[in-house]
Design a protein around this ligand. Structure first.
Ligand code: ADP
Ligand code: MG
Length: 318
């Protein structure tokens, strides 16, 4: 399936060092046209360095970057025209108003005055800053400032958009506005690369993702693919009165299940993701005329996978 998709960004064997520190370590990556691609990793894993290297804002030691099939370099102005960056630290002019800031950034790419005005107004509408156009950035809350940062990065309606942790420390209303905005940008045909250390955002927003740690991509794919690639098992808890010793021993011998335990009316076990899972155990119970009082199952989450492969819990990072 993937062979048929157009590759919008191709990173090949990229290495970026800050003196002796290797911030991006022989990293390769492909991002497909019109997807929301999530780069998920804890602070310091190299997300911003990777993005800034892809955009030729940082010099790197080794590797190649292609965007829309062309080699990226600091002087590729045609390519830059089609790219938007929303940097991690809001980069706006304090002395310009909200309107003037968006107008300025849009004007870097769009020369036609009427067209520019139209785009600026659309961007203001898009991030919901209509009531704040005359405000200066120091008067804006953190969330509104992030929305302004977003508007400045996307006003010229680029085909490829990089968003570096756009929702860090924003109020829930602004966060939802930003997340909805990102989905809308995809619906309008853009390709979006999105970095975050918030697991839930990646799960609801991204078509595919890569888990980064220490300058490397550890796994990539859809969140379902990543979870099913891991060796983590689904945990099942059942409440059952009077389970016979014979049935319990059968379960323990059954290769579908592991960690089978029965104690004070509670049966707990684990089952591999590629097996019959919960249905398997329910079927066995039915065959043996055993009715559970309650059943619950917990499938591994992206956070569990992240914890398994990096030894770090992303929730500690949030
Ligand atoms: P992330 O965006 O995932 O938080 P960064 O790309 O900012 O990660 O940082 C990756 C690593 O590079 C970290 O160890 C960080 O301390 C280091 N680093 C980032 N920027 C610089 C810099 N300008 N000079 C030296 N080290 C840096
Ligand atoms: Mg960063």
């Amino acid at each position: 399936m993937n062979q048929n998709r157009r590759v919008t960004v191709k990173v090949d064997d990229l290495v970026k060092r800050y003196r002796e520190l290797v911030a991006v370590d022989h990293l390769s990556l492909e991002i497909y046209e019109n997807e929301i691609f999530g780069l998920l990793g804890p602070n310091g894993s190299g997300k911003s360095t990777l993005i800034n290297s892809i955009l030729a804002l940082l010099k790197f030691e080794q590797g190649e970057v292609e965007i829309f099939g062309k080699k990226m370099s600091p002087t590729e102005y045609d390519l830059k025209q089609q790219i938007g960056l929303v940097p991690q630290e809001p980069a706006v002019y304090q002395e310009l108003t909200v309107y003037e800031n968006i107008d300025y950034f849009c004007g870097l790419y769009i020369k036609d005055k009427v067209h520019k005005k139209n785009l600026v107004e659309q961007a203001i509408e898009f991030v919901g800053l209509n009531d704040f156009v005359k405000f200066h950035p120091p008067k804006l809350s953190g969330g509104l400032l992030r929305r302004l940062n977003l508007a400045c990065g996307i006003a010229h309606q680029p085909k490829l958009i990089f968003l570096d942790e756009p929702t860090v420390a924003v109020d829930p209303q602004s966060r939802n506005r930003i997340l909805e905005g990102i989905k809308e940008l995809r619906a309008q045909g853009s390709t979006i690369i999105y970095t975050t250390h918030y697991m839930e955002e990646v799960e609801i927003l991204c078509d595919r993702l890569a888990i980064m740690d220490k300058g490397n991509i550890l796994v990539s794919g859809t969140s379902e693919e990543i979870i099913s690639m891991s060796s983590l098992e689904e945990s099942i808890d059942l409440e059952i009165y009077d389970l016979s010793e014979e049935f319990l021993q059968d379960l323990k011998r059954n290769s579908e299940f592991s960690h089978v335990n029965y104690h004070e009316g509670k049966l707990t076990l684990q089952t591999k993701q590629d097996g019959k899972g919960l249905l398997g155990i329910l079927h066995l119970l039915e065959e043996n005329d055993i009715e559970p009082i309650s059943v619950s199952s917990k499938k591994p989450t992206l956070n569990d996978v992240f914890l398994e492969i990096t030894g770090k819990d992303l929730k500690d990072n949030a």
